[in-house]
Write a protein that binds this ligand. Structure first.
Ligand code: SF4
Length: 378
């Protein structure tokens, strides 16, 4: 953005001080992590939770998390499963694992406190350039500009930027612009003001340009098509996966659940009804039987259908078909899972599950009476 005329940059910088910051002072939402003085631990947890997640969704999770883990020492001492349980439903579970690892590093190397220096923050697990800048500026006042989806949208509209906002080169340009526009003495307020404007006024759909403090200098508003910015290449079609899962009861009417491998991968460390992806040409029952053999080394008989759950993740959608099943031979082993447990319907609450698996739990709990081993095949 160094290619912008000096006059345009001056106008933008002036607008930040005279319009954007006063607007923010009047319109900032009261959020639980914005209590003054800022608590660096709370800023950190909120910034990680807010990645790819809406403020309204995060608030109750943040409150529960802080009540259970009020500081890095409490978080570091928790079991990974306790941390995942409190993250359950928030998605992007690697964030929970990394926050847990980072808390242990804070206790070991920093007396349980977030370090003030950006370079020390940047090496903590789960912190990228955005989160580092956000925590360094919001918690410690460092003059670092943040560039998240909201800021990209507002800046791209202000300039009616024609470049593809998905390209790293465009991001670098916008980061330089955000750096130039940062009012250094009030770095935290400037960063939050951009993000708040993007969240409340310059929204992806139907931006409220007439209420915007930057309306008179906005090129996209002048062109009367703000929604055309930021420009992005057309998205690829989201893949669809068809998956089968077994609800296996033992003779004591307990249900078999398995833990996904906790070291990386999608939904790592969460619990699930064992199963997997349907292969081309395979029937659903054959898919479930094959998956159980591969995952836990057991031969099963697959019985009646219980429920089909549809769920959309960011990069794909799934259709999860759950069937009752019973073991014909073998005992569960951990061939392609990290552990297993036999639980009652009440005990599901002790384990973290994905949203799709919660659909199966919901269907089980909605049955007129708890399923029993000898009659779920009728
Ligand atoms: S005038 Fe409209 S498009 Fe421009 S920054 Fe404000 S809300 Fe966004």
């Amino acid at each position: 953005m160094s290619d912008l005329p000096a006059k345009t940059l001056r106008t933008l910088r002036l607008a930040v001080r005279r319009r954007l910051l006063p607007w923010f002072a009047k319109n900032a939402r009261e959020l639980p992590w914005r209590m003054e003085p800022r608590n660096p631990y709370e800023v950190w947890i909120s910034e990680i939770m807010l990645q790819q997640t809406r403020v309204e969704t995060v608030i109750p999770y943040f409150r529960r998390f802080l009540a259970r883990f009020p500081n890095a020492a409490a978080l570091a001492a928790a079991s990974p499963q306790d941390v995942l349980k409190l993250w359950e439903g928030l998605g992007y579970y690697s964030r929970a694992r990394q926050i847990h690892k980072a808390a242990q590093i804070l206790v070991r190397d920093h007396a349980g406190k977030l370090p003030n220096a950006p370079a020390q923050l940047a090496v903590l697990p789960g912190l990228g350039p955005y989160t580092t800048a956000a925590i360094a500026s919001l918690a410690f006042g460092h003059p670092l500009a943040v560039l998240d989806g909201n800021v990209i949208r507002v800046l791209a509209r202000l300039l009616a930027l024609r470049d593809d906002a998905g390209r790293p080169a465009t991001r670098r340009k916008l980061q330089r612009l955000a750096d130039i526009l940062l009012y250094q003495e009030r770095a935290a307020a400037t960063n939050e003001a951009w993000m708040e404007l993007g969240a409340l006024v310059c929204t992806p759909r139907n931006p409220r340009c007439t209420e915007c403090p930057l309306h008179n200098i906005c090129r996209a508003a002048k062109l009367k098509n703000p929604e055309a910015f930021p420009r992005k290449k057309k998205k690829m079609k989201v893949p669809h996966k068809v998956v089968g899962a077994a609800v296996i009861l033992n003779a004591r009417n307990r249900i078999l659940i398995a833990q996904r491998n906790p070291e990386g991968g999608m939904l790592a460390g969460l619990w699930e009804f064992p199963g997997g992806k349907q292969a081309p040409g395979e029937t659903m029952k054959a898919c479930i039987a094959r998956e159980l053999k591969e995952e836990m080394g057991i031969e099963i008989e697959v019985g009646p259908h219980l429920v089909t759950v549809h769920h959309a993740y960011t990069h794909f959608t799934i259709e999860l078909h759950a069937h009752f099943a019973r073991i014909q031979s073998g005992r569960p082993r951990h061939l392609d899972c990290a552990g297993h447990a036999w639980v009652t319907a009440d005990e599901f609450d002790h384990y973290p599950f994905s949203k799709a698996d919660h659909g199966i739990i919901h269907a089980l709990r909605a049955l007129p009476k708890p399923p029993r081993h000898h009659d779920c095949f009728k």
